[in-house]
Ligand binder design. Structure first.
Ligand code: 0X9
Ligand code: ZN
Length: 445
């Protein structure tokens, strides 16, 4: 009987949360999000010298035909369509750089064995009959295992979050920071002990600013799940700190990567009369907006928008952070991929923040904790020196404009945006160790 009541409650919550979602609820498998990528090539380019690197930076900012998956000072991973190949290859030849190519569809086919499109799990579909035969704990654990072995859709993510809040009403609050361009919720979870006793310092963690970086959302949801299902173990951490999580900053871009274009990065802002869609949310924050590594071309992957905070997703995050600026001590923006922890500033090289020693030492500690799980090695530094100069990102805004003392961008592991279903849980677990290390430092401020 008890299980029946619990299960009907879960089902009810699932239906309730679905009703605030105006988007489609179909599973990814019914869509072809690679249509149009026939003939595309992936290039891995090694470019040791400065002039080749500068050429790559220029391509990333100004050439709308080239899509950079990764751009560091020494190497880049990028894709181009068939019509652009000859031009790119002759330029690479002139630059005298080494590169390897792979047809994009071959790469995607080789990844298909590790299909990301595992069936939708039974998280919201528990039938009372099924539940009776199961012990509740093992059933929940199985559901969680299933949830962290695939990439859920927007409505499943919201269900997962609201279910957690319903299960732990004393410790977890589910809310919406606002709506995206297409009207989806920018959903958040606040997790803390004794919330009502006094206001806490806040550890703010967000993910999926870039639609195609699917793994980032899973790591933040996993953090919520682990904290709430092991409250005792994390009592000391949560006694002093409120953990505020926004696992899907760009829900429209994320959904679009499931339904239409696997490699979509920006939001889905449409401009009347213009053919290109979307703003790079991580170029839209109001710190040195549009100064470097950003573009005013609508078709660019790093289009910075019409003005700082022009995008509803950026504005929602900024509203929350500005309102809570005296409480927020940590801002973590989770991206993929490259195994980097970046601290400010990213807008220009040779701009050193006054607290660089602290920023660096906390990041090194987090990197060390991540490495303890299975040896993953992160590089720590500023994105301007390790990658490229790029302004208007959250890390610089949180630190430089709001004075949030610990502000970072994480680039999770991976060779491309795909992470094998078997590996998702491991990335979640190792990253969890890093998150906890960052959060531990919040109570020192
Ligand atoms: O370029 C970005 O927005 C981030 N890398 S990604 O490949 N995920 O797109 C890095 C942002 C680092 N921070 C700053 N440049 N301030
Ligand atoms: Zn990103």
């Amino acid at each position: 009987m008890f299980y029946k009541i619990v299960c009907s409650l879960w089902l009810c919550l699932a239906v309730l949360t679905c009703s605030i979602d105006s988007s489609s609820s179909s599973s990814s498998s019914s869509f072809n999000n690679l249509a149009g990528y026939e003939g595309y090539t992936k290039y891995t380019v090694q470019h040791g010298d400065e002039s080749a690197f500068q050429y790559m930076v220029d391509l990333q900012t100004n050439d709308t035909e080239v899509d950079f998956w990764l751009l560091t000072r020494n190497m880049s991973v990028l894709t181009v369509g068939p019509s652009h190949k000859p031009q790119l290859e002759s330029r690479l030849l002139q630059l005298d750089v080494q590169y390897q190519t792979q047809p994009l569809m071959d790469l995607m086919a080789s990844l298909e064995g590790n299909s990301t499109y595992a069936k939708e799990d039974e998280y919201e579909e528990c039938q009372p009959g099924d539940c009776e035969s199961d012990r509740p704990h093992s059933r929940k654990r199985r559901q969680a295992r299933s949830f962290f072995s695939r990439f859920p859709r927007y409505h499943e993510i919201l269900n997962f979050m609201s279910n957690l809040a319903a299960r732990y009403p004393l410790y977890c609050r589910y809310e919406s920071l606002g709506r995206s361009s297409e009207g989806r919720h920018i959903a958040a979870l606040s997790i803390s002990l004794n919330q009502r006793v006094r206001p806490r310092r806040v550890a703010y963690i967000q993910a999926a600013t870039h639609g195609r970086e699917w793994i980032t959302t899973q790591t933040v949801l996993y953090l919520a799940y682990e904290l709430l299902t092991n409250l005792r173990a994390f009592q000391r951490v949560l006694n002093d700190v409120e953990v505020f999580l926004v696992p899907l900053v760009n829900p429209d871009g994320y959904e679009y990567t499931h339904t239409t274009d696997r490699f979509w990065r920006k939001n889905r802002h449409r401009y009347a009369g213009l053919s290109c869609t979307g703003v790079d949310i991580n170029r839209n924050f109001g710190n040195h907006w549009n100064y470097q590594g950003a573009s005013q071309n609508h078709c660019s992957e790093v289009y910075s928008g019409t003005s700082p905070n022009s995008e509803p997703e950026t504005a929602a995050v900024v509203r929350y952070l500005e309102f809570n600026r005296h409480r927020v001590k940590l801002s973590l923006d989770v991206h993929s991929f490259g195994k980097f922890i970046f601290y400010p500033y990213g807008y220009a090289r040779n701009t050193v923040p006054p607290t660089v020693a602290t920023l660096r030492s906390v990041a090194l500690r987090a990197a060390n904790q991540i490495g303890r799980y299975r040896g993953t090695r992160y590089t720590v530094g500023t994105s301007a020196s390790i990658l490229y100069e790029a302004s208007g990102s959250l890390d610089d805004f949180a630190y430089g404009s709001l004075g949030i003392p610990l502000s970072y961008t994480l680039e999770l592991p991976g060779e491309e945006f795909h992470v094998s279903p078997f590996d998702i849980i491991h990335v979640c677990k190792e990253t969890f160790a890093g998150f906890i290390e960052f959060i531990r430092h919040v109570s020192l401020y």
